[in-house]
Design a protein around this ligand. Structure first.
Ligand SMILES: *Cc1c(COP(=O)(O)O)cnc(C)c1O
Length: 392
C-alpha cells in the first residue's frame, strides 16, 4: 500500500479523535523510525513516552516473542510465571509492597482512586471519599480520571462527571484551603506533563507530604509519564525525596505494550481485597515479559546515570539554540517554550524534516527513547535547530 492509500483507509475507518502528523510509520531501530517511502525520522517522542527501549529492541522483542509463543494469556483465575516474576521485580526496584496491574495510565489511576476511597471510608467513615488534585493536572480520559484532571477544557460534554474531586493550586496554602475532613487523598504529578512540562517545587512537595501525613490523607503520585527512568531515577519521587503512599505507572513501563500499574506501601496492601477490583487483560503474560525486560534494564544504575547525562546534554544544547525561550523538565522529559511561531507549526515542520517531536500546551516536548544514542540526538537536534531558526 502507498502512504496515500493507508491514510485514506485510516481516515475512513477511525472515529476522528486524533489529528495525526503526516507520517506513515512502518518500522524502526532504536531512536530512528522509517516511513512507507523509506524516509528516516529521529524519534524524540517514543510514541508519547512509551518506547522506553526504542524501536525493535532486541532483548525486548525476544522476550515478547518467546512469551507469545509459550503462553499468551491465562486470565487472573490462574497463576503464571511471567506475571508473578514481573510483579516481584517491579516491587523490588520501586521499593513498594504490592501492585495491581491493568492496561493503561487511566486504569492505573482508577485503581489508585478506588484504593484511596476504600481506605478513607474504612478508616474514617463513609463521607471520607474526596480527592484533591492540582490545577493544570492530567490524569486520563475515562469519565472519572477526566474528573480528576484539573483543567476545565476537559470538563465539557461528558456529564455527569464522577463527583468527589476538588482542585488546588500547587502551593500548600491552596491545598490547606481546599482540603476538608472528607479528603481521603491528594493526587499529584511531580512534573505535569500534558500541562506543559511543569515540575512541582520541591519545597511544596515536602510541605504537602507533611500535611498529608498530619491529616491521615494519602499521597498519590501519578508517575504515568515521569516514571520508569524518564527523569533519571527509576521513579521521579526518588529525586524529590518524598515517597508517595500510592504510585501509578504506565507509558514507558511496557516498552510498547499496554500496561498500567498501581503500587502501594505495605500498610495499604490489603485495602483492595478479594473481588474489589479486576481486569480481564491485566497482568497479561506477554506484556509482563516485555515489561520485565524494561524494568531490569532501566533500573541498572549505569542506565539511569546515562539517562541523566543525555538529559543534561539535550538541555544544554537546547538552551543555546536560537528560537528557544526556555527549557523546563528533568532528565529526558523536557519542554521547550518557543520564542517564535507555535508548537503546532513547529512540530509539523519537524516531522516534515525528519524529526518526531511532541507538544504540550504551547510547548514542544521531548520524551526520547531512553536508549537514544549521541549520534541520534545530534541528528535530531540539528533538525530542530534548523526548524527553530527558520521560524518567524
Ligand atoms: C498519559 C497520562 C495518563 C493517561 O494514560 P493512558 O495510558 O492514556 O490512559 C495519565 N496520567 C498522566 C500523568 C499521563 O501522562
Amino acid at each position: 500500500m502507498t502512504s496515500e492509500e493507508i491514510k485514506q483507509l485510516d481516515e475512513s475507518s477511525f472515529m476522528p479523535t486524533y489529528g495525526r502528523f503526516d507520517a506513515v510509520l512502518v518500522s524502526g531501530k532504536n531512536a530512528t523510525g522509517v516511513d512507507c517511502e523509506g524516509k528516516e525520522y529521529i524519534d524524540f517522542g517514543s510514541g508519547i513516552g512509551v518506547n522506553s527501549l526504542g524501536w525493535a529492541d532486541e532483548g525486548w522483542t525476544a522476550a515478547v516473542a518467546r512469551q507469545a509463543g509459550t503462553l499468551q494469556h491465562t486470565s487472573n483465575l490462574y497463576y503464571n510465571p511471567a506475571s508473578a516474576t514481573f510483579a516481584a521485580e517491579l516491587l523490588k526496584v520501586s521499593g513498594y509492597s504490592a501492585v495491581f496491574l491493568g492496561n493503561s495510565g487511566a486504569e492505573a489511576n482508577e485503581c489508585a482512586i478506588k484504593l484511596a476511597r476504600k481506605h478513607g471510608v474504612e478508616q474514617y467513615g463513609k463521607s471520607r471519599c474526596e480527592i484533591l488534585t492540582l490545577q493544570n493536572s492530567f490524569h486520563g480520559r475515562t469519565v472519572t480520571t477526566l474528573a480528576a484532571t484539573g483543567q476545565d477544557v476537559f470538563h465539557h460534554y461528558f456529564y455527569p462527571f464522577t463527583e468527589g474531586f476538588a482542585y488546588a493550586e500547587p502551593n500548600v496554602q491552596s491545598v490547606r484551603e481546599n482540603m476538608t475532613e472528607n479528603t481521603c487523598a491528594v493526587m499529584i504529578e511531580f512534573i505535569q506533563g500534558e500541562g506543559g512540562v511543569m515540575p512541582l517545587d520541591p519545597q511544596f512537595v515536602k510541605e504537602l507530604a507533611a500535611l498529608c501525613k498530619e491529616r491521615g490523607v494519602l499521597l498519590i503520585a501519578d508517575e504515568v509519564q515521569t516514571g520508569v527512568g524518564r527523569t533519571g531515577s527509576f521513579y521521579c519521587w526518588e529525586q524529590y525525596g518524598v515517597k508517595p503512599d500510592v504510585l501509578t505507572s504506565a507509558k514507558g513501563l511496557g516498552g510498547g505494550l499496554p500496561i498500567g500499574a498501581c503500587l502501594c506501601t505495605e500498610e495499604l496492601r490489603g485495602v483492595m481485597g478479594r473481588s474489589s477490583h479486576g481486569s480481564t487483560f491485566g497482568a497479561n503474560p506477554v506484556v509482563c515479559a516485555g515489561a520485565l525486560e524494561v524494568v531490569r534494564r532501566v533500573s541498572q544504575p549505569e542506565f539511569l546515570a546515562a539517562v541523566k547525562e543525555k538529559g543534561e546534554y539535550l538541555r544544554s544544547r537546547l538552551e543555546q539554540m536560537d528560537g528557544v525561550a526556555e527549557v523546563r523538565g528533568m532528565g529526558m522529559m523536557l519542554g521547550i517554550v518557543p520564542a517564535r511561531s507555535t508548537a503546532a507549526a513547529l512540530s509539523a515542520a519537524c516531522v516534515e524534516n525528519g524529526l518526531l517531536i511532541l507538544t504540550a500546551k504551547s510547548l514542544l516536548r521531548l520524551l526520547p527513547p531512553l536508549t537514544i544514542t549521541r549520534e541520534e540526538m545530534d541528528k535530531g537536534l540539528a533538525i530542530l535547530e534548523k526548524v527553530l531558526s527558520a521560524a518567524h
